[in-house]
Design a protein around this ligand. Structure first.
Ligand code: SAM
Ligand code: GLN
Length: 295
């Protein structure tokens, strides 16, 4: 046998690798999720679309091509999120880079962004000034800058490492967002006033840690997720105080909230906001809140 023949006999069929994904991962994830991992991985590393196996069931891949597929598999086996393995995800159909320094954007957060876009797409305001607090990957700020015409967006985070990712994402999506490093729990002084302040701050209580998936609590940044049990609404209280001086007259504050604290969070709006709306997400959980600053 020549060297070439040996090489050929060692090459695997792509569908064999798919079978290995199932045999290794079906104990940890639902079968259709494993299918989706496999297709995301072959698309990312081999630029192969998901229907390729249907069209060409005997597709053979080389040793070099198979290597990243097995590396991704071993990380999935350790329950590392697929978005961190691939280094990216989609949000509002935009491509975003993610790494362990930022929360992986959630579908609920897309709903929050759509709520805002729905409220403002017919707005007559010439320039909509927006501030996103706790921007993480930049998902909210960047998608608002992209889809809301006339938006002028600023975004703030305490984490320099998160801001690095968010800046890259703004470049990647060709939008102008001004990023600010600041701790919202300390008095943040910004001269400007905004039409919209939006935030998806940390809101998971430590006591809820067992309610969220292990691969979330083990892999995503603590600083993005958790608040102390005795002060679960601390970010909301601080941001409301900030909004009272930094929203324009009749400006709107939008929040993503902890589903178990809907009424309590809404109560914080009572004195200074009007037209307050608590809104459920697609799973039927209290997830979003908005209110207009009283005159
Ligand atoms: N906006 C992103 C999203 O919706 O996917 C990330 C939201 S994540 C739940 C909360 C973000 O708040 C994290 O990026 C974290 O770094 C940031 N953060 C945590 N504490 C903060 C603080 N004291 N001041 C400003 N940002 C903070
Ligand atoms: N929705 C996220 C989760 O359930 C939490 C995001 C947040 O704390 N703002 O993991």
């Amino acid at each position: 046998m020549s060297d070439l023949d040996v090489e050929t006999t060692l090459n695997m069929l792509l569908r064999e690798i798919k079978n290995i994904y199932h045999s290794e991962l079906d104990a940890f994830y639902p079968k259709d999720e494993v299918d989706s991992f496999f297709y995301l991985v072959i698309e990312h590393y081999l630029d192969l679309e998901r229907f390729v196996l249907a069209l060409n069931p005997d597709l053979v891949i080389t040793k070099t091509e198979e290597q990243p597929l097995f590396e991704a598999l071993s990380q999935l086996r350790l329950e590392r999120p697929i978005q961190y393995i691939l280094g990216g995800t989609q949000f509002m159909d935009l491509e975003l880079m993610v790494n362990e320094n930022v929360l992986i954007p959630r579908p609920e957060t897309e709903e929050l962004v759509r709520w805002i876009i729905g409220d403002y797409e017919v707005s007559e305001i010439e320039e909509i000034n927006i501030l996103d607090i706790g921007t993480g990957s930049g998902c909210i700020a960047i998608s608002l800058a992209k889809f809301l015409k006339n938006a002028q967006v600023k975004a703030l985070d305490v984490s320099d490492k998160a801001l690095e990712v968010a800046k890259q994402n703004a470049l990647l999506n060709e939008v102008k967002v001004e990023f600010i490093q600041a701790d919202i729990l300390i008095d943040v002084l910004l001269k400007e006033k905004y039409d919209i302040i939006v935030s998806n701050p940390p809101y998971v209580r430590r006591l809820e840690k067992n309610k969220i998936k292990l691969n979330v609590s083990e892999n995503e940044p603590d600083i993005a997720l958790f608040v102390e049990d005795n002060e679960p609404l601390v970010f909301y209280q601080k941001i409301i105080e900030f909004a009272k001086t930094n929203l324009k007259k009749e400006g709107w504050l939008y929040f993503e909230i902890n589903q178990y604290l809907g009424e309590e969070t809404k109560a914080l709006f009572e004195n200074d906001f009007t037209e307050v709306v608590l809104h459920k997400d697609m799973f039927g959980n209290d997830r979003m809140l908005k209110g207009k600053l009283k005159n």
